[in-house]
Design a protein around this ligand. Structure first.
Ligand code: PLP
Length: 380
């Protein structure tokens, strides 16, 4: 099986599991307990926090462990919005993950916030002039994703953050797709909050982290025993936090080789575009995640291609099934100007450097055969 669905999730890396194992079966104390086991769990948690903070370039106290990207985005967006009564206006983009869009919708429905959902261009990019024009004196928060999970477009976060700060708004970026491809230093990005999710880069599902700058007030969403400096109560997932720290450091090592992954991606894109006349790249050719190649294949069906490829030993995903259980065409593809019919033909290939050149070459050949088989009336 050749796996090209890394944007959906990844396997747990051996080094991560090995680091977690002792914390699950031997050193399993509760970090809030004052006994020896608790003290050693608290030390492991503190070390994990420092290691994540080193990658973010922030203080350890500015890292909050969460259950994943959805919780991190909820905490950043809702937590910052509710704690900063400077205004009730939020600027975001039309192509955010539901974790951000639904957090904004919640604030709109229940807390009287006004949400500006910025349109993007055909590449999926938020324009700086449009973004700047949307900012107001009462804008509390701007939340724009670092990189899109469907089309791979990478946003100019530092320029957007600069503009938002000029009007005094806080900035969150959903960086769930970034580890392993893009730098995560929060001061260079200029953001006040940044969320990541372990299962996208070799840690298990159910652990994530969010950077929350100490200068920004945050209203907690989960109330209880006051863990995580009161910002996220509940007994900490110590083993998960340790696994996340190890996985993040490994992702940083991969990032140093992102240029060669991007080269391999461009080879795959070239091969598919050359061999399949109906293929069109979605997203930006230049400002793109190193491990994302996504297409539409007008006249076919994304679901059929995914099924046909699966029969041929290749795992990828269609653009239409991104929200759980939904058959709706992807809102991201519609936002970049693709028609609902063509959006149903989208297929995303997302991969890491674990995939060799030979395997990528085979992917291009199998895609060509799969599209031809469907066109011939095979499985459509
Ligand atoms: N944000 C982006 C860009 C994502 O791709 C995802 C996961 O698909 C999430 C947020 C949600 O992360 P999690 O699955 O950890 O809740």
């Amino acid at each position: 099986m050749i796996y090209l669905d890394s944007a959906a999730t990844t396997s747990v890396r051996r080094e991560v599991l090995e680091a977690m194992w002792p914390l699950l079966i031997a050193e399993y104390g509760n970090p809030s307990s004052h006994n020896e086991a608790g003290v050693s769990a608290a030390a492991a948690l503190a070390e994990a926090r420092s290691r994540v903070a080193a990658v973010f370039g922030c203080r350890p106290s500015e890292v909050v462990f969460t259950s994943g990207g959805t919780e991190g985005a909820n905490l950043a967006v809702i937590g910052i919005a509710l704690a900063n009564p400077r205004g009730r206006h939020i600027v975001t983009s039309a192509i955010e993950h539901p974790a951000v869009l639904e957090s904004c919708a919640y604030l709109e429905r229940f807390h009287g916030f006004e949400i500006t959902r910025l349109a993007v261009d055909g590449d999926g990019l938020v324009g700086l002039p449009e973004f700047s024009a949307a900012l107001r004196a009462d804008t509390t928060l701007a939340s724009v994703m670092y990189a899109n999970n469907e089309i791979g477009t990478v946003q100019p976060i530092s320029s957007l953050a600069l503009a938002a700060h000029a009007v005094g708004a806080a900035v969150h970026t959903d960086a769930v797709q970034a580890p392993g491809s893009l730098p995560l230093q929060v001061s260079a990005l200029g953001v006040d909050a940044l969320s990541i999710s372990g299962h996208k880069f070799g840690a298990p599902k159910g652990i994530g982290a969010v950077f929350l700058a100490s200068r920004i007030a945050v209203e907690p969403l989960v109330h209880g025993g006051g863990q995580e400096r009161g910002r996220r109560s509940g007994t900490e997932n110590v083993a998960g936090a340790v696994g996340l720290a190890v996985a993040l450091e490994l992702a940083e090592l991969s990032r140093a080789r992102a240029a060669s992954l991007a080269e391999a991606r461009d080879g795959l894109i070239r091969d598919i575009l050359a061999a399949v006349p109906s293929a069109r790249l979605t997203g930006s050719a230049g400002s793109r995640l190193a491990g994302n190649a996504s297409f539409t294949f007008a006249g076919t069906s994304g679901e059929s291609i995914v099924l046909e490829l699966e029969r041929r030993g290749i795992v990828c995903s269609s653009g239409s099934a991104c929200a759980a259980g939904s058959d709706e065409p992807s809102a991201v593809l519609l936002a970049v100007g693709i028609s609902p019919e063509v959006a149903q033909t989208a297929v995303r290939f997302s991969f890491t450097e674990a995939l060799g050149a030979e395997e990528l070459g085979r992917v291009a050949r199998e895609v060509t055969l799969a599209v031809a088989a469907i066109g011939a009336g095979g499985t459509n």
